[in-house]
Structure formats: structure tokens, C-alpha cells
Design a protein around this ligand. Structure first.
Ligand code: NI
Length: 135
């Protein structure tokens, strides 16, 4: 029996989107207020979908306290109250857009969950805008 479980999480983090090869005007044109040189924060909302087969012995797809702990360690402890540009080496050369953050979170969680689960990550940067990976 194939089924999906969902777990939500939340973190606050700062970022700046810019291209060092561009002028401040061009950065503002492309990235808008997210190009502010002094950074700014977002209240990120995360939804993790895990799909797979129910274990006939436990009746679980995945033990939710284990999923909760993995999300805490890989996402909340790593990113909450941090600056993506300054605190995360992955974003040294890459813009911390919602798209890139979502892919990174997917990769971090995938490594912990194992291949028997199909993982989908949704990340809200604002209450109205979210991205999903894989598409
Ligand atoms: Ni922003």
C-alpha cells in the first residue's frame, strides 16, 4: 500500500540575491529588494512529503519522530537564525534563491532518509510564493 506522509517545519533566515559581476542598478532590476547589500530576512515555511510503502508490521510509512528529528538536524539547526550567504558554504558561489535552498534541503534530507522513500520538498519564502522540488 503506497501512501504519503507530510511534516511541516519553520525557520527564519537572512539572505541577499546578487551577481557580483553586475552593477547595483542591474542587481536591483533583476533581484529587487532581495538584492539589498545589508541582507534581509524571511520566515520560511517548509513542507516535506515522504511517499512509499506502509510497513505491515508497524503500520507506519516512516516513524514521524524520526522524520521530525532529521528535519530538525538537517534544516532547522543548520539554517534557523542564520545568514544563507555568510553561514552556508553551499551559497558562497550560488544565490540563495528559494529554488536553490529547496534543492539543497532535498539533497540533505535524501541523504538521511534512504532510497526506499520518495521525497518532495516545498519551501515557502512568503505566504504566497513557494517552490517545490522535484517538479
Ligand atoms: Ni529575499
Amino acid at each position: 500500500m503506497r501512501i504519503a506522509v507530510f511534516r511541516k517545519a519553520h525557520f527564519n533566515a537572512a539572505h541577499r540575491l546578487y551577481n557580483a559581476d553586475w552593477t547595483p542598478e542591474k542587481n536591483l532590476e533583476v533581484f529587487g529588494p532581495c538584492s539589498n547589500p545589508n541582507y534581509h530576512g524571511h520566515n520560511y515555511e517548509l513542507e516535506v512529503k515522504v511517499a512509499g510503502e506502509v510497513d505491515p508490521v508497524t503500520g507506519f510509512l516512516i516513524d514521524l519522530k524520526i522524520l521530525k528529528q532529521i528535519i530538525k538536524e538537517e534544516v532547522e539547526d543548520r539554517f534557523d537564525h542564520k545568514n544563507f550567504n555568510l553561514d552556508t558554504p553551499y551559497f558562497k558561489e550560488k544565490n540563495p534563491t528559494s529554488e536553490n535552498i529547496c534543492v539543497l534541503i532535498h539533497d540533505l534530507l535524501s541523504k538521511r532518509l534512504g532510497s526506499e522513500f520518495e521525497l518532495t520538498v516545498r519551501l515557502w519564502e512568503t505566504p504566497r510564493n513557494y517552490v517545490e522540488y522535484p517538479a
